[in-house]
Structure formats: structure tokens, C-alpha cells
Design a protein around this ligand. Structure first.
Ligand SMILES: O=P(O)(O)OP(=O)(O)OP(=O)(O)OC[C@H]1O[C@@H](n2cnc3c(O)ncnc32)[C@H](O)[C@@H]1O
Ligand SMILES: [Mg+2]
Length: 178
């Protein structure tokens, strides 16, 4: 079967491909760069979920033969009332050709307090991570999760977990239909 992935970021498509292998789903994947329909840097759980869903819907639209599409989106949550008020958040969505939609959330981890000002002014986390690490393309490799967990959980591993939750829900739904 065919599965379409709504990103060309290796940290995302590797996660999806590894989750499919891990769940023994034989699928060929297609990667498409699609619009998330939200800002480049989502600033709430809700905006991040909407970005993931929109990526999945747009990706499915791009590929007629696909059984389902997966969209993954990274965001930031800034909550001035919370004890730890700057967090990276991660969401995924799976949309199938029958029109079923599933979402799943990933791990979150606090970001440095110093990131709050620039994020609130519209600077993207990807850019702040490059500056923090003095290295390009953190978002395509270990990600903020990987950096601030000392490499214990990479962005790919975190998104793989999200994808297992998405595909698992799709399997559960299809079993019920049998
Ligand atoms: O090519 P796409 O699929 O868009 O991948 P992306 O890395 O830009 O990922 P998102 O659009 O989902 O993330 C929104 C923004 O948050 C940043 N971001 C989110 N999670 C991150 C992480 O773990 N490490 C670094 N940047 C991250 C990312 O660079 C973007 O600026
Ligand atoms: Mg992006």
C-alpha cells in the first residue's frame, strides 16, 4: 500500500518510515512538501494540531493512490500562568481515504527562558536552535528535543512514537470495521 508523508524533512519522514516498519506495515512512501495552513512557528497546541491535520489533508490530496497521509508539526507553547512556561510541543495527524482523521501528541520539553522573548516576537525555534548550537539544520537532525535531552531522545525518535500512536489508532479503527 501507499502512504504519503506531508514533509521533506528527514527528521519527519524517517520517523514515519521507521514506525511503519516497526508495526510490520509494508508500505511504499511518497514525500510531498505541503502547506500547513498555519504560521511557520505555531504558538499553541491548537495551532500545532491544526498544522499537522492540514499537512495530512493536503498530502492525501496530492496522492490519489495513498491509503492514508501523515502530517507532523512542531510548535511552541508559551503559557505565562504555568510554572514551566516555554515548551516545545509536537503533534501528528493521520487522514485516510475514507475520511477518518486521527491525531496524537508527542513528548514536550522545556526550552530556555531566554527563548521566550524572541519566540513571542515571531522568531522561529529552528533559527534559535541554530544560534544556540552554533550549527545549521538542528530541526532536520536531533531537534530541540535531542539537544535539551542530551541526545537521549532525538526528534526522529519522538516523532516515531507519535506515528506509532497514529497508525495504531488507524489499525484499531479498521479492526472494528471487520
Ligand atoms: O520542513 P518542515 O516539515 O516544515 O519541518 P520543520 O522542521 O520546519 O518543522 P515544523 O514546520 O513542524 O516546525 C515549526 C517550527 O518549529 C521549529 N521546530 C519545531 N520543533 C523543533 C525542534 O525539535 N528543533 C528545532 N526546531 C524545531 C521548526 O524549525 C520551525 O521553525
Ligand atoms: Mg516548517
Amino acid at each position: 500500500m501507499k502512504v504519503v508523508i506531508g514533509s521533506n524533512n528527514p527528521a519527519k519522514y524517517n520517523a514515519i518510515e521507521q514506525a511503519l516498519v516497526g508495526l510490520s506495515i509494508e508500505a511504499s512512501t511518497v514525500r510531498v512538501d505541503v502547506d500547513s495552513g498555519v504560521s511557520n512557528q505555531p504558538l499553541s497546541d491548537d495551532e500545532t494540531v491544526r498544522g499537522a491535520l492540514q499537512r495530512a489533508r493536503n498530502a492525501l490530496y496530492e496522492c490519489d493512490e495513498a491509503v492514508f497521509a501523515i502530517g507532523l508539526e512542531g510548535g511552541v507553547v508559551i503559557d505565562d500562568t504555568a510554572t514551566h512556561n516555554v515548551m516545545v510541543c509536537n503533534w501528528g495527524a493521520l487522514v485516510d481515504k475514507e475520511g477518518n482523521e486521527f491525531i496524537a501528541g508527542g513528548a514536550r520539553i522545556p526550552l530556555p527562558e531566554a527563548f521566550r522573548g524572541p519566540l513571542s516576537k515571531g522568531i522561529e525555534l529552528g533559527e534559535l536552535m541554530e544560534e544556540y548550537c552554533q550549527r545549521k539544520d538542528i530541526r532536520k537532525h536531533e531537534g530541540a528535543v535531542g539537544i535539551f535531552s542530551g541526545g537521549a531522545i532525538t526528534r526522529t525518535q519522538m516523532f516515531e512514537h507519535v506515528c506509532r500512536l497514529l497508525v495504531g489508532q488507524w489499525i484499531h479503527k479498521n479492526k472494528q470495521a471487520l
